[in-house]
Unconditional design. Structure first.
Length: 134
């Protein structure tokens, strides 16, 4: 699918998040690599991006495909510099909706290499919810 940059925003609010979507020439697997801040502003942008896609925007995260289509979904968080409760809520929301179609949910990569993310996932007990790869 290629690279999608989400740096920008509406009304002067900057979204400091970029993501790259790759399918690795495999129709059943998608990988999304995030970099930047996965925070309130970014989570709001990502939630609205499916609606923006319908109106012709090129910067979108294919939420419905992630929830319903791909058998394996990996979110690489190794370059995420900050995450707040809204970012966690966004990930958990997608994961919860996806589990109804695919029991394995969403795999996360890069959490263990980032001490801040590792602590956030441990404290919130979400490290037991997601499949976390090294």
């Amino acid at each position: 699918m290629g690279a999608t940059s989400c740096v920008g925003g509406k009304g002067g609010i900057a979204v400091d998040l970029e993501f790259v979507i790759t399918c690795d020439d495999h129709p059943y697997r998608i990988e999304v690599k995030f970099s930047g801040n996965l925070d309130l502003v970014a989570a709001k942008f990502l939630r609205q991006s499916a609606h923006q896609h319908e109106s012709g925007s090129m910067n979108f995260l294919p939420r419905e495909a992630i929830i319903c289509t791909y058998q394996e979904v990996v979110f690489d968080l190794s370059e995420v510099t900050a995450m707040d409760s809204a970012g966690l809520g966004f990930l958990l929301s997608l994961h919860t909706k996806r589990v109804s179609n695919f029991p394995q949910g969403i795999k996360l990569r890069g959490v263990t290499s980032n001490p801040r993310l590792k602590t956030i996932f441990r404290i919130t007990n979400l490290n037991k919810c997601f499949a976390i790869e090294s």
